[in-house]
Design a protein around this ligand. Structure first.
Ligand SMILES: Nc1ncnc2c1ncn2[C@@H]1O[C@H](COP(=O)(O)OP(=O)(O)OP(=O)(O)O)[C@@H](O)[C@H]1O
Ligand SMILES: [Mg+2]
Length: 225
């Protein structure tokens, strides 16, 4: 599903070149549920952004679902991202003036799905995540756990093959965080999705069958530790 070979990333700042990821090679099979762990600043978000085609490596190659994405155009990368990848963020990244269903429908809107069908599909996905009675609420009218479920619904609405989550439980209290993690694990089992979750939370990491650890921008061993 995912293959990285000698991936490196440097950020350029004024006169300095800051190395952030160095010679990262690993692969993730279809249907794996992986935690990406490591200390703050070790490069987890940078790596997730590369995998999610939000950014490009400085060196090395990346293939997603058999497609080598490192040399494709920005437009082709955006199409692949829309078709293959769903994202969940720590702070939800919902649009505050759109209702729950309108937020969920955004990826369908980008694909040109007619509005009535957008709404029907978005409401069905919200119902599946236990939010049938919240579809016309705004993000400000929902709890953190509910907003994260809206964000998960938005990530799943386009039937992605790969779900990427950056600290999805980081803004939630521990009980709500456990619920969100249980939901992700259930969706993983039900849909056979490949999931990569960046987390600081030991319990979240422990709930994942595979852990990939970063330290100072390098792989610290992808086996169980
Ligand atoms: N756009 C950027 N320009 C320059 N340096 C950056 C940029 N983004 C990240 N960095 C640096 O890259 C390193 C890794 O950052 P990254 O956000 O990937 O870490 P992280 O493992 O996700 O940390 P955290 O657990 O705190 O979220 C940090 O030293 C950071 O300062
Ligand atoms: Mg981060």
């Amino acid at each position: 599903m995912l293959e990285l070979a000698d991936v490196s990333k440097v950020y350029r700042q004024a006169e300095r070149v800051v190395p952030v990821l160095q010679d990262i090679s690993f692969s993730v099979a279809r249907g794996e549920l992986c935690a990406l762990v490591g200390p703050s600043g070790s490069g987890k978000t940078s790596l997730l952004n590369l995998i999610g085609l939000l950014d490009r490596p400085s060196a090395g190659t990346l293939a997603i679902d058999g497609a080598r994405v490192t040399d494709c155009s920005a437009a082709a990368a955006a199409r692949l991202r829309n078709r293959l990848i769903g994202f969940v963020f720590q702070s939800f990244h919902l649009l505050p003036r759109l209702t729950a269903w309108q937020n969920v429908a955004l990826p369908l809107q980008y694909r040109g799905v007619p509005r009535a069908r957008q709404r029907a599909q978005a409401e069905a996905m919200l119902a599946r995540l236990g939010l049938a009675d919240r579809s016309t609420h705004l993000p400000g009218q929902l709890s953190g756990g509910q907003n994260q479920r809206v964000a998960i619904a938005r990530a799943l609405i386009g039937s992605p093959r790969l779900l990427l989550a950056d600290e999805p439980t980081g803004s939630l209290d521990s009980a709500t965080g456990r619920e969100v993690m249980a939901l992700l694990a259930a969706l993983h089992a039900e849909l056979g999705l490949t999931i990569v979750i960046v987390t600081h939370d030991q319990q979240v990491a422990a709930a994942c069958p595979r852990r990939i650890a970063l330290r100072d921008g390098r792989l610290a061993g992808s086996a169980d530790e």
